[in-house]
Ligand binder design. Structure first.
Ligand code: CP
Ligand code: NVA
Length: 305
């Protein structure tokens, strides 16, 4: 059984295989209508359950589109409309959905729930974001970085802002794919120290945004207030010096690219002239969610890697 709860579930070889598969499959359907299945329709007859405890645009549409392109189908529900939303256990839900569907994608507010889902499901479980990580997003980010002509080993990635779930997956990717991350986060909003330790020297946290971004190949940020977090003025104030501005971008390499998982808050974590400027790859990054996830799905079904 292949669950995709974190990037380490696939490991470096699995990740490399998924990225190669995504590049190939994307190239094979250039110019095709989005709803047309791939020629080999490798997931024909398979159905993916998609459960959302939190809002989503990209994850919802890209997984649904991915399954269609792979020749499969989806059943999508908000957790609030399921018995899960009124107290049925995650374990029971896992066993029930396993009887109807060939895989389960869930977005949840608590990483422990996805671990419980995986423990009780008899089909693959995929992390569509938890409070702790967002591995599908980082698969799309890695694909976008490679498409930009940058090799992963030796790359320098700078993160500016909140030490959140997206950063946790970037840190995990760094140790698996042998690139370096320097995260600039204010006191109180730094990533979990254990996650930095697990990255075995590939990640470090600094206080100064200029230090983090100096010489970076890739600059990444994310919302300062993640879903489920209170909108705290004190947090916004602490993070203000970490806004990705065009001035800070000048400290990165001249050919550095900017990534953001979206949704974005222009004027908070990033200045409008950066996110809408020539170094920003956000639209390619968002579109790549679909291509990367097709390969995540194929990996979960044991078709690659
Ligand atoms: N980046 C991302 O996961 O977007 P959604 O919240 O819209 O799915
Ligand atoms: N860190 C954000 C990512 C949204 C895609 C959140 O968890 O809300």
């Amino acid at each position: 059984m292949r669950h995709f709860l974190n990037l380490s579930d696939a490991g470096p070889d699995g990740i490399a295989a998924m990225l190669a598969d995504a590049l190939d499959r994307k190239a094979a359907r250039i110019g095709w209508p989005k709803g047309k299945p791939d020629a080999d329709a490798p997931l024909a007859g398979r159905v993916l359950a998609m459960v959302f405890e939190k809002n989503s645009t990209r994850t919802r549409f890209s997984f649904d589109g991915a399954m269609r392109q792979l020749g499969g189908d989806t059943i999508i529900s908000d957790a609030s409309q399921m018995q899960l939303g009124r107290g049925e256990s995650v374990a029971d839900t896992a066993r029930i959905l396993s009887g109807y569907c060939d895989a389960i994608m869930i977005r949840t507010d608590d990483h422990a729930k996805i671990e419980e889902m995986a423990a009780y499901a008899s089909v693959p479980v995929i992390n569509g974001l938890t409070d702790a990580s967002h591995p599908c997003q980082i698969m799309a980010d890695l694909l976008t970085i490679i498409e930009a002509g940058k090799a992963l080993p030796g790359l320098k990635v700078a993160w500016l802002g909140d030490g959140n779930n997206v950063l946790a997956s970037i840190v995990e990717a760094a140790s698996l794919m042998r690139f370096d991350v320097v995260a600039a986060c204010p006191q109180g909003f730094q990533p979990e120290a254990a996650a930095i330790v697990r990255a075995s020297g590939r990640a470090r946290v600094v206080a100064d945004p200029a230090e983090a971004i100096a010489g970076a190949d890739v600059v990444v940020t994310d919302t300062w207030i993640s879903m489920g977090q209170a909108h705290a003025e004190t947090k916004l104030k602490a993070l203000m010096p970490y806004q990705v501005t065009s001035q800070l971008m000048m400290c990165a390499k001249p050919d550095a690219v900017f990534l953001h998982c979206l949704p974005a808050h222009r004027g908070e974590e990033v200045a409008a002239d950066v996110i809408d400027g020539p170094q920003s790859l956000i639209w390619a990054e968002a579109a790549n969610r679909l291509h990367a996830q097709k390969s995540v799905l194929r990996w979960c079904f044991g078709q690659i890697g």
